[in-house]
Design a protein around this ligand. Structure first.
Ligand SMILES: Cc1cc2nc3c(=O)[nH]c(=O)nc-3n(C[C@H](O)[C@H](O)[C@H](O)COP(=O)(O)O)c2cc1C
Length: 189
């Protein structure tokens, strides 16, 4: 087991919804961090639609900041809503920006995935699409544990707190694994 290095994680929710279960999952993760880990949560709302004309003219300031936050993070934690058996358009659009040269900041970044849905079937299809996208991004997605909050309405309380113990345990385990994975990649680079 690798220990003691500081790992700064950037959390990214694919939902803009104010009462988003996925964004709330990230907030739950904030309370489950291993000792040497920090988690900053990003907001994708200010990002414009990707447009290569805009990119070639000049990256918008919000995009520059987003790319800088990804570059500064040691690892990424995605909370993935499943939309029509895939990831949300919001998340897909956001990921185009850090995929672009020069020095795509997401390339080589370790990342972990989790998802919440109101359905009993879970977000595996969406998460697998994100894994596929990670190949194109050259981002290194942690393989396990698979963290899926199904039937989310039953697992968050009225104040939006995740209360399901099994889900909380899985998120804690995911964060521990992401920490170990990030430190291992850093030692080998
Ligand atoms: C356009 C749209 C498509 C959806 N498609 C799926 C789906 O394929 N699978 C699923 O489990 N839930 C699907 N849902 C339900 C979402 O999981 C649910 O709205 C969830 O709360 C979204 O995440 P959020 O709470 O973080 O916003 C869909 C919802 C919308 C609005």
């Amino acid at each position: 087991m690798v220990q003691s290095a500081i790992v700064n994680i950037l959390g990214i929710s694919g939902s803009l919804r104010q009462r988003s279960f996925n964004s709330r999952m990230l907030r739950a993760a904030s309370a489950l961090l291993p000792p040497a880990v920090t988690l900053e949560i990003d907001d994708l709302a200010p990002l414009p639609f990707y447009n290569s004309d805009v990119e070639q003219h000049a990256m918008p300031e919000t995009v520059v900041h987003f790319r800088q936050r990804i570059a500064a993070a040691d690892a990424l934690l995605f909370a993935v809503p499943e939309y029509n058996f895939s990831i949300s358009g919001v998340l897909k659009n956001a990921l185009e920006w850090p995929s672009r040269p020069p020095n795509p900041p997401i390339s080589g970044k370790p990342c972990a995935l989790m998802g919440a849905t109101i359905s009993p079937l879970g977000t595996a299809r969406g998460q697998f699409h994100l894994r596929q996208i990670c190949v194109a991004l050259n981002a290194f997605a942690l393989n396990s544990p698979h963290v899926d909050v199904t039937e989310a309405k039953k697992k968050f309380d009225d104040d939006g707190r995740l209360t399901d113990q099994n889900s909380l345990d899985l998120i804690r385990s995911l964060l521990n694994e992401l920490y170990q994975f990030t430190v291992r990649l850093r030692l080998n680079s």
